[in-house]
Design a protein around this ligand. Structure first.
Ligand code: CTP
Ligand code: MG
Length: 235
């Protein structure tokens, strides 16, 4: 079984504030995307990485990949992304050569995921799961609310799901390629993760342990945390 990774990196990073597209912003001097590519290429099982670049940023991504040391055993492709994350993942899938039968999808915005997490996801797909997600228990209690119609209005609580049964889902998510392709052809609602599309096909998605360092860089405080984690690793 040959494994490829699609890295959606085409988002603007609106929640991070004004600046370059999120994946191209630096963490301790190196673009977030390069950290994410290295995290995937660190797995000996990964032989191809498809980077889905910001729509007008493919040339810049190409020069970044050329400028940074990356493992020789890994091949790279760059494709321009789309308007929503789901569109970007689809464009990455469309670019995959036929010989890859396991596909991981990994957010460029999770640059620090450890290789052991990547390998655990691949292992679970190799063992026969059509879809695998790394996930962690929650620290906060989660409440479902009726969203306020006007900004600033108090929101009534609708329900409190039992925290022990909830998981916060990360990436890389791993898939049998044919299953993920079918999910992207069938499911048209706007979703925030790929595994939920496979759930909508009626297939079972399994969870493996995630990792604290696989957190998503979303808001400015996440940059502070990411740079502290890198400093602790001396990168
Ligand atoms: N992504 C993408 N194409 C899009 C939107 C998002 O490839 N049209 C990617 C992002 O680059 C990121 C991942 O999907 O690596 C997760 O998305 P998110 O964290 O929401 O990133 P952004 O969409 O860039 O951030 P924001 O929602 O704050 O604008
Ligand atoms: Mg987004």
């Amino acid at each position: 079984a040959r494994t490829a990774v699609v890295i959606p990196a085409a988002g603007r990073g609106v929640r991070l504030g004004p600046g370059a597209p999120k994946a191209l912003r630096a963490l301790n001097g190196t673009p977030m995307l390069i950290h994410a590519v290295r995290a995937m290429a660190a797995s000996r099982a990964v032989s191809l990485v498809v980077v889905v670049a910001p729509p007008d940023g493919a040339a810049e991504v190409k020069s970044l990949l050329d400028a940074h040391a990356l493992p020789e055993r890994t091949d790279f492709l760059i494709v321009p992304g789309g308007a929503e994350r789901q569109d970007s993942v689809k464009l990455g899938l469309d670019a995959l050569p036929p010989e890859y039968d396991i596909v991981l999808v990994h957010d460029a915005a999770r640059p620090l995921v450890p290789v052991d997490t990547v390998d655990a996801v691949i292992e679970a797909v190799r063992d026969g799961a059509p879809a695998v997600v790394p996930a962690l228990p929650l620290a906060d209690t989660v409440k479902e609310v009726e969203p306020a119609s006007a900004a600033g209005d108090p929101e009534p609580v609708v329900a409190t799901p039992e925290r022990a049964r909830l998981r916060a889902v990360q990436t890389p998510q791993g898939f049998d390629r044919a299953t993920l392709v079918r999910a992207h052809e069938t499911v048209t609602d706007n979703v925030t993760d790929d595994a939920s599309m496979v759930e909508q096909l009626g297939l079972t998605v399994v969870v493996v342990p995630g990792h604290e360092e696989a957190f998503k860089v979303t808001r400015p405080l996440d940059l502070v945390l990411a740079e502290a984690v890198l400093a602790r690793r001396r990168l």
